[in-house]
Design a protein around this ligand. Sequence first.
Ligand code: TYD
Length: 210
Amino acid sequence: MTVSPTRGRFITLEGIDGAGKSTHASWLVDALASRGMTVVATREPGGTALGEMLRDIVLKQRMTHDSEALLMFAARREHVVQVIEPALARGDCVVCDRFTDATYAYQGGGHGVAREWIGALERLVHPTCNPDLTLLFDVPGTESRARLDRMQARGRELDKFEQEAQAFFERVRNVYLARANAEPRRFRIIDAVRPLADVRADLQRIVDSL
Ligand code: TYD
């Protein structure tokens, strides 16, 4: 008799641009792997060959905000069906850099796409595949804008979203915080203004608690 493995955990990482999420993501993946977990590290938009092509388009091209949301969900459908669901079914832990909370925050909060629209797409695209745990790396819009400006001054080319004004990031952040407050069991808010070591100590506690 074959015993089916326990479904793996689905962990997502969120936050406005410049919160340091990507640096923390790789540390978290290593920490989970060192605990013996099989970890699938992935990202959105992206995570599949088509998803990465769509990422290139949405991060560079100007388009209507509705189209932006639709392309995010097209990439997400591929990702859920081809990568995330199979990994969770095998019992692997999936760590995904951004997921649907980002569409509510960026396209909804940042660009004004109706919440109902995003909700309808969410129900169609991944009706049963939802994160078990979401880490929200939180920084104020001023901090985000200042960090991105420093990166640019050091020669980093900024994408379409990273070029947005501070007020855009404030709107995105407000949606993230509202979602975190509405679902406190799923979200952990991590104050990402603090030094790297302090943020890591929080992450270590979270890894230990899994
Ligand atoms: P990001 O995750 O910040 O990657 P990197 O760390 O490599 O810059 O970049 C992805 C961008 O895509 C980010 O600005 C947010 C945006 N985005 C949306 O607007 N909506 C979405 O649904 C997703 C997943 C991302």
